[in-house]
Write a protein that binds this ligand. Structure first.
Ligand code: MTE
Length: 312
């Protein structure tokens, strides 16, 4: 992210046109998702329910799922290298079980949970979300997980809590990139508490109907579809509620380029490139980027009255 601009991405790294799902294949893929009990609503033009359910409402009618192979082999996970294909190649050293998650800070009942115990009894969510990277590429990914707010409810946030900080595992044995100084480790991200409580905010444990692969953030990662991809912190071991805005990894590294909010916003350019357009992986022509990544109807009210140029 630090190093490469969209223009620098060699065409060999962009999925060839022939690789993306044509309508027929897509219907097949959607059919198997349906068989797996997953929602495939707007991509098929069918509606699943209120906008709150979030999966591919509004402009998403023309969204096709990104081929699973692309979504699991082209991404950023600097703990496993800085190249787009490094995570898939190197993430085999991560051991996603047993896994414990500490949920603490300004809460009534702080606790270290075994992940499976933390998730037990929580409603399972199936979401198809547009995914917009700050580097101006995008995908459409079916996620499985739980609402972040359901996890937070388990520890009972105190009224003084205003922000939620997330921390990735720190273990250079399992994460060889942490033996380098490319970022300050462990990777951290944060949300305002109201963003975290929004029903679209997901803690994902699966994608494409399968357990989430190591390179995509096993066993637990954040997905906040109206924000740039770097907010989607992977392999989370701690969730801490606080009254002060926490530091976040990319904001610390290059504050002029990566803000705390990181809301997808076509009208506020990254200092080195436009955010008005994006390249959907698997497509040839660039598309217009949508305000809040197309989720404005659901989330714009969170930012009413805020200067989004200043709070980028
Ligand atoms: N989480 C950790 N722990 N380390 C990382 O390097 N990279 C971020 C985010 N989460 C990153 C991370 C960035 S820059 C992006 S674009 C997304 O993960 C990309 O991965 P995804 O496509 O699987 O969401």
């Amino acid at each position: 992210m630090l190093i490469r601009r969209p223009a620098d991405i060699p065409s060999s790294e962009i999925t060839p046109e022939s690789a993306y799902l044509n309508r027929r294949q897509f219907m097949g893929a959607a059919g198997s998702l349906a068989l797996a009990g997953l929602a495939v609503p707007a991509v098929l033009g069918a509606s699943r329910g209120p906008a709150e359910h979030g999966d591919a409402v509004g402009q998403a009618q023309d969204d096709k799922l990104t081929p699973e192979e692309d979504a699991t082999s082209y991404n950023n996970f600097y703990e496993f290298g800085t190249g787009k294909d490094d995570p898939k190649r190197n993430a085999g050293s991560l051991r996603p079980r047993p896994w414990s998650v500490q949920v603490d800070g300004l809460v009534k009942s702080p606790k270290r949970w075994d992940l499976d115990e933390l998730l037990r009894g929580l409603a399972k969510e199936d979401k198809i979300y547009r995914h917009r990277c700050v580097e101006a590429w995008s995908m459409v990914i079916p996620w499985q997980g739980v609402k972040l707010r359901d996890v937070l409810a388990r520890v009972e946030p105190l009224p003084s809590a205003k922000f939620v900080e997330f921390t990735t595992l720190l273990d250079p044995q399992q994460m060889p990139g942490q033996r380098t100084g490319v970022l300050r480790w462990p990777y951290k991200e944060a949300l305002r508490l109201d963003e975290a409580m929004h029903p679209l905010s997901l803690l994902a444990t699966g994608m494409y109907g399968k357990t989430i692969p190591n390179q995509n953030g096993a066993p637990l990662r954040l997905v906040v579809p109206w924000k740039y991809g770097f907010k989607g912190i992977k392999s989370i071991v701690r969730i801490r509620l606080t009254d002060r805005q926490p530091n976040t990894t990319w904001n610390d590294a290059i504050p002029s380029e990566y803000g705390f909010y990181a809301n997808v916003n076509p009208t506020v350019d990254h200092p080195r490139w436009t955010q008005a357009k994006e390249r959907r992986i698997g497509e040839f022509l660039r598309r217009n980027t949508l305000m809040f990544n197309g989720y404005a109807e659901q989330v714009a009210s969170l930012y009413a009255g805020m200067d989004l140029r200043r709070y980028y």
